[in-house]
Design a protein around this ligand. Structure first.
Ligand code: ATP
Ligand code: MG
Length: 396
């Protein structure tokens, strides 16, 4: 007898249930952080893979390399969680998921992979994750790819946070669309600590609270950094390599590698992941930190975790604590990012000084979506401050 499998329908948050069968061309799913948007889009794709035929569904994000750990990983994890893994085949090389019996497939492409995007045919529906990463031209190109005749309805799902009221997604309304706006309150699966973080924003910063807790289109006014310039490739010869590490558990732990050449800094995101215990983190670092003698500047609030890293052979130092000085220092430097530093590039767009209800601006940043940027600051500021000073730093 066939064992009973979990039904996708039973796991969809209430606020999204009516949209499982929604057939409008554009399904716009936006709102506050952690409201279950990505989960629902993944569930809907999976449902269509199992209940409809002749599908070639497409996962899109701005940067191809970021699909693996977001949309693709999420759909794959749902297939395992719901116990459907025997029915699917996964091809990790190009992030393809195929249904073994009905031939349906999910394929992936990044907007940055223009050649591949142009060559893709026969698409039957699309999910664009973090759609605010795309400019309007990117979107129009994608929209044009979905004009062929299909057996089932064609739909483009867009998921995103409403970070900037001037964004084209807010200012250019789409015909034949349905919009779902949700907040953390709509997600019955969210964990308590995350809810607390979102609710605390109320006392931290009005705009952040508005965007990330209430899910309203906002305008962040006191952005701290100009976006780092993004280079496709970084030079290969450096004077030094250092790292910055921000510890988290419910929040992500963030490890950023900083390569230094003259007075230029090149960032590379190495780890950005929630729910890592210190041993998980160390295990990952054993694989990812090539040279253990490189200095790692750590979140100074966690001496015990630092000690364990030291015992594991890493060259750790407590980072300098002065946030304001660190920020000012970074602002005076030339810092380069890369397209696949998704979290650094995302955080830098919203990282801002706290503003209270009366419009008073404080000298400290809002403590939200700041993990990768903290790691960057720990590394660059502490390292440069101590250059030639009393702290001994091994050079490569
Ligand atoms: N239907 C569900 N079943 C189980 N867990 C869920 C479900 N929906 C959401 N979650 C949990 O809630 C958390 C937030 O969900 P999700 O990432 O889908 O939200 P989001 O709205 O896309 O967030 P963000 O705005 O940060 O992109 C996830 O960590 C996930 O584990
Ligand atoms: Mg999401």
């Amino acid at each position: 007898m066939e064992e009973e499998k979990i039904l996708i329908e039973d796991n969809i948050n209430e606020c999204y249930k009516n949209y499982l069968q929604e057939r409008t061309r554009y399904l716009i799913i936006y709102g506050g952080a952690g409201s279950g948007k990505s989960h629902f889009a993944a569930q809907k794709f999976l449902w269509r893979m199992m209940h409809e035929d002749n599908h070639r569904l497409l996962l899109i994000r701005k940067v191809a390399r970021t699909i693996r750990n977001s949309q693709y990983a999420l759909i794959k994890s749902l297939i395992y969680e719901y116990d459907y893994s025997k029915d699917f085949r996964f091809r990790e090389t190009d992030l393809t998921i195929t249904h073994k019996n009905n031939g349906n497939s999910i394929i992936s492409v990044g907007v940055d992979d223009r050649e591949k995007l142009k060559s893709i045919h026969g698409i039957t529906s699309i999910w664009i994750e973090e759609a605010t990463e795309l400019d309007k031209r990117d979107f129009t190109q994608i929209d044009l790819r979905l004009r062929n005749k299909t057996q089932n309805y064609k739909q483009i799902m867009l998921t995103f946070n409403p970070v900037d009221a001037n964004h084209w997604l807010n200012t250019s309304p789409m015909k034949d669309s349905v919009t779902i706006k949700t907040t953390y309150k709509d997600n019955r699966h969210l964990d308590g600590t995350y809810i607390e973080v979102l609710e605390n924003l109320k006392d931290e910063d009005k705009e952040y609270y508005d965007i990330y807790a209430l899910g309203n289109w906002g305008v962040l006014r006191n952005i701290i950094y100009k976006p780092f310039e993004i280079l496709q490739t970084h030079t290969t010869h450096y004077d030094e390599v250092i790292y910055g590490l921000d510890f988290g558990y419910n929040n992500p732990s963030a490890l950023v590698k900083v390569k230094i050449k003259d007075d230029f800094f090149y960032l590379e995101e190495i780890i950005y992941e929630s729910r890592l215990t210190n041993s998980d983190l160390i295990a990952k670092m054993e694989k990812l930190v090539k040279d253990k003698s490189d200095a790692i500047y750590c979140d100074p609030a966690e001496p015990d975790r630092m000690k364990e890293l030291e015992e594991a052979g890493f060259n750790v130092f407590p980072a300098n604590k002065s946030v304001k000085d660190g920020i000012d220092f970074l602002k005076s430097k030339k810092i380069y990012s890369r397209p696949d530093n998704t979290n650094i590039n995302k955080e830098v767009l919203s990282y801002s000084y706290k503003t209270d209800r009366n419009g008073n601006i404080y000298d400290e940043p809002v403590k939200f979506n700041d993990h990768a940027l903290d790691a960057v600051r720990y590394a660059i500021y502490t390292h440069c401050r101590n250059r030639g000073g009393s702290m001994r730093i091994r050079r490569i």
